[in-house]
Design a protein around this ligand. Structure first.
Ligand code: F6P
Ligand code: MG
Length: 448
């Protein structure tokens, strides 16, 4: 497959009925919407206590808009323009026009006939619209309960992980390069498998980490289909001046976050390890500016998670919490939001459509992209042959050396050895969507 535009395979369509682990696309979105409606309804008393009659009216109106949305998506109605005045509404409406041009003018862009990536993203933006049009409940996070429950359900795993980090930190000065590499690989893989715990694939059902994340790593090894971690290690060790430990220090590592709950803790632990080991000087996190794909991290989730860890009744968990708060206070860690992350664009469009975000990422020595949705956007959610190279599928996107840490939950995978895709399909037809397999897939050449 050539990188030229005419050879790009079609986007995965919303009408494709793949063998999804839990639910098909057409079932999953209405199920999520039904849960959202139920959550809003269950919070009626809270809205009344906070805002009186106005709160109750807002609840009713929001539910009305969401029920209409569910009907539109179940009956393949045209995708509608956004009507709120949020900063990104104009760009969403332009994107709709772009889809319409691509599809031709005969038929309207509609839910079943449009690219899956687009309609899925659009649904989350319409949920936001329904809330935004109904102050005073506009800021209500409809997925908050699911996210906090997933964090609480993973407590044993959080304790095990923070205890591991404390042991590493205690011995950091005596660590040989080999041991440092071993811990790096361990924490990179913990962060990788943390991505299993998203709530969108399970339509909001409990998907928490219940076992020790370190102990399970060995048995999970055979399920990593591509492992470019040595490339990532070399990237971290190649730039800039030597750090204190004799290893070299990357100025800045950016982490494009995915899910709150246990996955976020694994990312914070990895980020902590990178700075406390001297492998990186600064970490820049990128999160979502409104609730997205059920469990994705917003700034509130980050703050809440750090508060919870600080207040934990476990020495090492709470030590981590305080350390993380200080990293943020002291500017060792930074948190960023950008509307691009909650839009449907493929990442190869970033340089043109969000040049300032692209320029921000260009400052990184390494960018880690967490999760399945980021992988779909990196590769354009296209029907690529499995042997096509990751760099080809990126189609020019490469602000900095980058790595995707992703468990497979969508019908797309590139960069496999010839024959592997076919072998997996014959052994386990759900291999691309079950979350059982994973990749650490890297691209280290900077584009201009
Ligand atoms: O539902 C589509 C999807 O992108 C799946 O592929 C995946 O289940 C989920 O949404 C998001 O996964 P992640 O949180 O890993 O991006
Ligand atoms: Mg997610």
């Amino acid at each position: 497959m050539m990188a030229a535009d005419h050879s790009v395979p079609p986007s995965l369509s919303a009408s494709v009925e793949g063998s999804f682990a839990y639910l098909t696309i057409r079932d999953r979105l209405p199920t999520i919407l039904t849960k959202v409606i139920d959550t809003i309804h269950r919070n009626k008393n809270k809205f009344f206590e906070e805002y009186g009659e106005e709160g109750i009216n807002a609840e009713k109106q929001t539910i009305g808009l969401l029920s209409k949305l569910r009907n539109e998506l179940q009956t393949d109605k045209p995708v509608l323009e956004l009507t709120d005045s949020l900063q990104d509404a104009e760009s969403w409406n332009q994107y709709l026009q772009r889809q319409q041009r691509l599809q031709g003018d005969q038929e309207s862009v509609s839910w079943f006939k449009s690219p899956w990536l687009y309609v899925e993203c659009y649904m989350y933006r319409r949920i936001q619209e329904a809330l935004w049009l109904n102050p005073p409940i506009s800021d209500f996070d409809v997925f908050n309960e699911a996210k906090t429950q997933s964090f609480y359900a993973s407590q044993q795993a959080v304790m095990a992980l923070c205890t591991y980090l404390e042991d590493v930190r205690k011995n950091m000065e005596k660590l040989s390069k080999n041991l440092l590499l071993e811990h790096f690989n361990t924490l990179l893989q913990v962060s990788l498998w943390g991505n299993r715990c998203d709530l969108s694939i399970s339509a909001g059902q409990d998907n928490a980490q219940k076992t020790s994340p370190i102990e399970s790593l060995n048995s999970l090894q055979p399920f990593i289909l591509v492992n470019d971690s040595s490339m990532v290690w070399s990237t971290l060790n190649s730039p800039q001046e030597p750090g204190e430990s004799g290893t070299k220090t990357a100025d800045r590592v950016d982490i494009v976050l995915d899910n709150a709950g246990f996955e976020l803790v694994t990312d914070l632990v990895l980020a902590d390890f990178l700075v406390s080991s001297g492998l990186a000087r600064q970490i820049h996190f990128h999160g979502k500016s409104f609730p997205w794909f059920v469990s994705d991290v917003t700034v509130n989730d980050l703050q809440w998670t750090i508060q919870q860890t600080m207040g934990a009744n476990h020495k090492w968990v709470s030590k981590c919490g305080f350390q993380w708060r200080n990293y943020l206070k002291e500017g060792v860690w930074h948190y960023h939001e950008h509307p691009f992350w909650t839009q449907p664009h493929e990442f190869c469009d970033m340089a043109a459509d969000a040049p300032e975000l692209y320029a921000t990422l260009q400052q990184a020595a390494l960018v880690l992209f967490k999760g399945d949705l980021n992988y779909r956007k990196l590769t354009g959610d296209r029907d690529w042959d499995h042997t096509v190279g990751f760099s080809t599928a990126l189609r020019g996107f490469g602000p900095a050396p980058l790595c995707s840490l992703r468990t497979l939950k969508a019908n797309i995978q590139v960069g496999l050895q010839p024959g592997l895709g076919e072998k997996l399909t014959s052994q386990d037809p759900t291999w691309m969507t079950s979350g059982k397999y994973a990749v650490i897939q890297s691209f280290c050449q900077k584009s201009e």
